[in-house]
Design a protein around this ligand. Structure first.
Ligand code: HEC
Length: 142
């Protein structure tokens, strides 16, 4: 009996450890499981802040980050109403501009990508628009 409970608590420990180690990356990338679209968005927003800072400091030199490819439409929505054909169109456009940003980083391309975030959010999810507008790189000093 004692041994079984030791094994059980070890298992609980291992599972707890595994789930905390996945918190920062969308799980569909890490282990093939679906993740929530919300989590994927938060992940991308963080990535954009990082890229924005790099481009401001280094202009259009190559990005020192690896692109992490996934489609938002592969995730689990909090509300299935926005999963429409035009959502897929926007999602593909985002993907195309994202790949292009890594290929040819520039302020213009970065701002193009953010404008896709903005148009999609204008249609489906206006909540984060303030945050998204702050992601643009403008000529105003920081
Ligand atoms: C294809 C459309 C689309 C694109 C492109 C898009 N979003 Fe979203 N975003 C959504 C939708 C829809 C939700 C709501 C998801 C849900 O509730 O399941 C969302 C949610 C969010 C959230 C809220 C997450 C939370 O905590 O609730 C943030 C922040 C966000 N997006 C930022 C961004 C940023 C930054 C970009 C560009 C890098 C972006 N989005 C691109 C459609 C889009």
């Amino acid at each position: 009996m004692v041994r079984i409970s030791v094994i059980l608590s070890l298992l609980v420990f291992v599972f707890a450890f595994q789930s905390t180690s996945l918190i920062n990356a969308p799980q569909n990338i890490v282990d093939g499981h679906l993740d929530s679209i919300r989590h994927m968005m938060q992940w991308r927003a963080k990535e954009m802040k990082k890229i924005r800072q790099w481009i401001i400091n280094h202009s259009d030199s190559t990005l020192p980050f690896t692109p992490t490819l996934f489609h938002f439409s592969s995730g689990i929505p909090s509300d299935s109403d926005f999963i429409t054909p035009s959502f897929f169109v926007m999602d593909s456009l985002f993907h195309k501009e994202y790949v292009e940003l890594y290929r040819n980083p520039s302020i213009t391309q970065y701002n193009n990508l953010i404008s896709v975030c903005e148009s999609c959010h204008n249609t489906w999810c206006p909540g984060p628009l303030r945050l998204i507008k702050k992601l643009y790189i403008t000529s105003q000093p920081e």
